[in-house]
Ligand binder design. Sequence first.
Ligand code: PQ2
Ligand code: NAD
Length: 337
Amino acid sequence: MTHYRAPLNDRIRDPGMGTTNPDRTENYAYFPAFIHVTGKKVLVLGGGEVATGKLRILIKSQANITVVAPEICDDIAVMVDEGRIVWESTPFVDTMVNGAAMVFDATDDPYLTARVKAATKRRNILLNVVDKTAQCDFIVPAILDRSPVMITISTGACAPALARIIRQRLETVLPTTMSQLARIARDARQKVADHLHDNVSRQRFWTHFFQRGLQTHSARSICPEDVDLALRQFVPDGSSATVPGGQTLMADVHVDNAFDLPHGIARAIETADIVFHEDHIADDILTLARRDATVIPIGCITLDEHPERKRESISQQSKIFARQGFNIVTLTQPITH
Ligand SMILES: C[C@@]1(CC(=O)O)C2=NC(=C\c3[nH]c(c(CCC(=O)O)c3CC(=O)O)Cc3[nH]c(c(CC(=O)O)c3CCC(=O)O)/C=C3\N/C(=C\2)[C@@H](CCC(=O)O)[C@]3(C)CC(=O)O)/[C@H]1CCC(=O)O
Ligand SMILES: NC(=O)c1ccc[n+]([C@@H]2O[C@H](COP(=O)([O-])OP(=O)(O)OC[C@H]3O[C@@H](n4cnc5c(N)ncnc54)[C@H](O)[C@@H]3O)[C@@H](O)[C@H]2O)c1
């Protein structure tokens, strides 16, 4: 089966593109990424409360950690006793940063910061000086830990307290079962790939599985057997070639932002392979579509000026796509007579 896959959802690839929302044209102040530090040397200067916070994250990231400080607080002493980190109590010298993947300065000593900055810059090592934005090569986000799922929030260093509040709000809406869900997926991906040979089926299977798994009312924890059950339900008679018929939805959108969109429409956009939309549908609503979804302005594909006839033509087209197994959503604006 050949898959209809172009044009892709440009709003995700280039979030500022063609946007009507001026906020989304702003450049990024930092590049968002996750850094692999397992087994790599990381240097932390300072042995107080702030250093402790960074050390906890670094230990979980399995870095090879050295703390440099004349004295250390009780929590850090425990980490040293447990062999999780190495403590160096001699004064900082430049060569201590040699071979480090990154360096944290959690002291309150501007003279030391200047020296560390020079030492790291000379060696192209990334430096974070806690709470001193101007000195940082990289900054640390607020972390919503559902590891292996990590939801990290940065305000581009504009408002750290806002990052904290956003994290706290998300803590209450993103269930802790998310961790379990990701681990089950990791262990079952090969099995699912063995059963579902085409990527459209796999994508639809996982989307459906995660949507159900994340339903807030499903308080019971998810177990690996749920994948087997979902696979049995998804592929009738064990046929790996089966691609079920797609869904179509034509929805009038009465709001100009994703936050106010009814949940049912939002979920349908999440799963859609193809999103047709009229001219004035907000960009952040279209951003809900998958990265590989095809997002098509209706004006591009039908020359008929009459809104009702345009919709009829899209509806016919959608049915054809749905028979091929695609999920189609058409977002329309209320017609004003
Ligand atoms: C997310 C979090 C992670 C963490 O620290 O691990 C974090 N700051 C947190 C909280 C927080 N920090 C401060 C307040 C008091 C309110 C206030 O002053 O604004 C609060 C609020 C609170 O405590 O609730 C003080 C502060 N922080 C910075 C400055 C300097 C400046 O703004 O220029 C000042 C003023 C210092 C002064 O006045 O001297 C700078 C940075 N803080 C960052 C991270 C980086 C940007 C992240 C981003 O993109 O938003 C960045 C740039 C550098 C870095 O440290 O990596 C953590 C929330 C964790 C959580 O709870 O989830
Ligand atoms: N504690 C907080 O809640 C908080 C909040 C925001 C910002 N900060 C800032 O973060 C920094 C650290 O805060 P803290 O509460 O951990 O302070 P702290 O005083 O408890 O710890 C500072 C540590 O740095 C070490 N240190 C000082 N000079 C050093 C040097 N030359 N070489 C090596 N180590 C040295 C000290 O021995 C101590 O272990 C400060 O800049 C502080 O203003 C702290």
